[in-house]
Design a protein around this ligand. Structure first.
Ligand code: B12
Length: 224
């Protein structure tokens, strides 16, 4: 029996070393021991990803190295989210419908994928529109799927403005009252959310579930 913390550490190291083989070996061990894979993703691989960002920030690693390691992170994230999706049983009744997207000009989609997964686990129906999605498409899809919540992810300071653009579009098209909006991504803060008129913000995927539930309940009460 391998210690959980040791496996989290191995997972983090696999990402920092951009070692796909090691990343897969850790996942295989975790599966064998029937570990919670979402925990492994958040506390293990993602922790390594965070440290990777810090190293890139400090100039310790170059952009090609970041791209390579990020691909390992992306592959293992997709693998884990795939397993979790397969395992997930339909939870009835559905708590609400969420449309999620990374905004236009932004390719960062690892965090959004994790948010999609935790929301699904909590019983939300989630439509993940992918990355680099223009606000017009986000709104169109939210209407098509009759979403309760629109969640946008932005990882670049330059693409944060898209979240503001969405709020503006919602007001201009008189759709603001119809949808709850949530924003996230590393440069995002609760202050930013308040400033642009978004209804909710969360720093991580677990908190996103808590915030989504509170906002849905609040909306239901208002509609009663
Ligand atoms: C991995 C990575 C990449 C990968 C992305 C791969 C992918 N498929 O996603 C690659 C290598 C492609 C990449 C490219 C670039 N990157 Co980059 N990248 C990162 C890195 C290291 C990690 C991001 C990540 O995945 N974090 C892990 C996840 C789990 O965390 P998260 O995304 O924050 O998500 C969590 C929360 O924010 C929240 N959340 C996220 N979304 C949402 C949405 C909602 C609705 C809610 C409620 C919550 C929520 O929950 C998530 C889970 O807990 C960050 C550094 C960092 N520390 O953020 C830089 C970083 C974001 N990148 C940066 C830069 C500059 C770039 C490039 C411009 C580099 C370049 N010169 O080309 C390009 C941009 C390309 C583009 N047009 O988008 C900068 C941004 C600086 C800035 N302030 O604008 C950072 C901060 C690195 C740095 N310190 O300089 N990058």
């Amino acid at each position: 029996m391998i210690d959980k913390q040791a496996l989290y550490q191995e997972a983090a190291e696999a990402i920092m070393e951009a070692n796909e083989t090691k990343a897969n070996e850790v996942l295989a061990m975790a599966k064998e021991q029937d570990m919670d894979l979402l925990d492994l993703l958040v506390k293990g691989y993602s922790a390594g990803n965070e440290q990777l960002g810090e190293r890139f920030d400090k100039g310790i690693i170059s952009l090609p190295e970041l791209i390579y390691a990020a691909q390992v992170m992306k592959n293992i994230t997709d693998e884990i989210l795939g397993i979790l999706n397969e395992k997930r049983e339909e939870v009835a009744p559905v708590r609400g419908t969420v449309v999620l997207a990374t905004v236009a000009g932004d390719v960062h989609d690892i965090g959004k994928g994790i948010v999609a997964s935790t929301l699904r686990t909590a019983g939300f129906k989630v439509y993940d529109l992918g990355c680099e999605v223009p606000v017009e498409t986000i709104l169109e899809k939210a209407k098509e799927y009759n979403a309760d919540i629109i969640g946008t992810s932005a990882l670049l300071t330059s693409t944060l403005a898209e979240q503001k653009k969405l709020e503006k579009l919602l007001v201009e098209t008189e759709a603001k009252d119809r949808f709850i909006t949530m924003v996230g991504g590393a440069p995002c803060t609760s202050r930013w959310a308040r400033k642009i008129g978004a209804d909710g913000y969360s720093e991580n995927a677990l908190d996103a579930v808590r915030v989504a539930m509170i906002l849905i309940e609040k909306k239901k009460k208002e509609e009663e």
